[in-house]
Design a protein around this ligand. Structure first.
Ligand SMILES: *[C@@H]1O[C@H](CO)[C@@H](O)[C@H](O)[C@H]1NC(C)=O
Ligand SMILES: *[C@@H]1O[C@H](CO)[C@@H](O)[C@H](O)[C@H]1NC(C)=O
Ligand SMILES: *[C@@H]1O[C@H](CO)[C@@H](O)[C@H](O)[C@H]1NC(C)=O
Ligand SMILES: *[C@@H]1O[C@H](CO)[C@@H](O)[C@H](O)[C@H]1NC(C)=O
Ligand SMILES: *[C@@H]1O[C@H](CO)[C@@H](O)[C@H](O)[C@H]1NC(C)=O
Length: 262
């Protein structure tokens, strides 16, 4: 009898002490309604993003990366990523998009034209996927190539379409999307009117009858089911959940102590 009484008391004292200590360590003694955490320390400088590395491990984007390196446009991109507040958004065609290029080919472009064409694949600012809704209203949008090298965007309920006149394509996945660097995969090489002119041959009408299935030569068949590029992390809700967890435990511990004492 005596022993169990002592045991109970010491247990509850222990519980009280530990819960108090825990409570103090875990969160300031604020009323439960005000779980707002104190303002965090200023954000650290953004991490260095090695574009060459990223493009070499994702994709395959080898053709695009080779062009970027041979023209040194990779340095322009990396500099924009490293040293500007605005950041950069790059649209990267996969290797098979270059293979599919037939009519206007890149083979006889001058080196200046090739550089412009590559710079045409980037915007001098970081855009998260959610930002393209706003960007649609601002089309035509200037690219890193400047001048008349502009792209039009339309956000079709979450699917971002790009239009260069010659190339109509869409973002098929987000390779990287953390301020200041966004890299999005696109289905086609973007051909600027500023190089190829506005005399665009009419796009072949999409085959109206399903007689002959074109599936065999469609390059999109190999997409890995990653076509829904959701990348916006939901903000503060996780904070709140953690805080709630701590409060719950504190309340439970105190309750436990009270019950044992009575
Ligand atoms: C970036 O990545 C490439 C490819 O992995 C590597 O060769 C290069 O040294 C890296 N650059 C820096 C500055 O780390
Ligand atoms: C970008 O930053 C990295 C790491 O600080 C550096 O090694 C690289 O030379 C920089 N590149 C450019 C083009 O500024
Ligand atoms: C590229 O070659 C094609 C045909 O060979 C020619 O019609 C076109 O003018 C050339 N383009 C440039 C920029 O030299
Ligand atoms: C881009 O949008 C502008 C303004 O809406 C329009 O005048 C232009 O023709 C469009 N360009 C292309 C290539 O669709
Ligand atoms: C995330 O937080 C920022 C700043 O607190 C706010 O402007 C933004 O709307 C929030 N986004 C979401 C998805 O809650």
């Amino acid at each position: 009898m005596e022993f169990s009484r002592i045991f109970t008391v010491s247990c509850s004292v222990l519980l009280m002490c530990s819960s108090l200590a825990y409570g103090q360590a875990a969160s300031p003694p604020a009323p439960a309604a005000m779980t707002q955490t104190p303002t965090p320390a200023p954000a650290p400088a953004p991490e260095y993003v090695n574009l060459t590395y990223l493009l070499s491990v994702a994709g395959p984007f080898e053709t695009f990366l080779n062009y970027l390196e041979s023209t040194k446009v990779i340095d322009t991109f990396q500099n924009q990523a490293n040293n500007t507040k605005q950041g950069i958004t790059i649209f990267v065609p996969k290797d098979n998009a270059f293979k599919a290029l037939k009519k206007p080919s890149l083979s006889n472009l001058s080196s200046n034209q090739l550089q412009s064409l590559l710079l045409f694949h980037a915007l001098p600012k970081f855009y998260a996927l959610a930002d393209f809704n706003d960007l649609s209203a601002k089309s035509p949008v200037s690219t890193l190539a400047g001048g008349q090298y502009t792209l039009n965007f339309t956000d079709d309920s979450g699917t971002v379409h790009l239009d260069s006149g010659w190339s109509k394509t869409k973002i098929t996945s987000a390779v990287h999307s953390t301020d200041p660097v966004a890299i999005y995969q696109v289905d086609k090489v973007l051909l600027p009117e500023a190089i190829f002119g506005t005399d665009i041959p009419p796009t072949p009408a999409p085959a109206p009858s399903p007689d002959i299935s074109p599936a065999a030569d469609s390059p999109s068949a190999e997409s890995k089911g990653d076509s829904s590029p959701k990348s916006s992390p939901s903000n503060s809700s996780s904070h709140r959940i953690i805080n709630l967890g701590i409060w719950n435990q504190l309340v439970l511990a105190v309750l436990g102590g009270v019950v044992l004492f009575s």
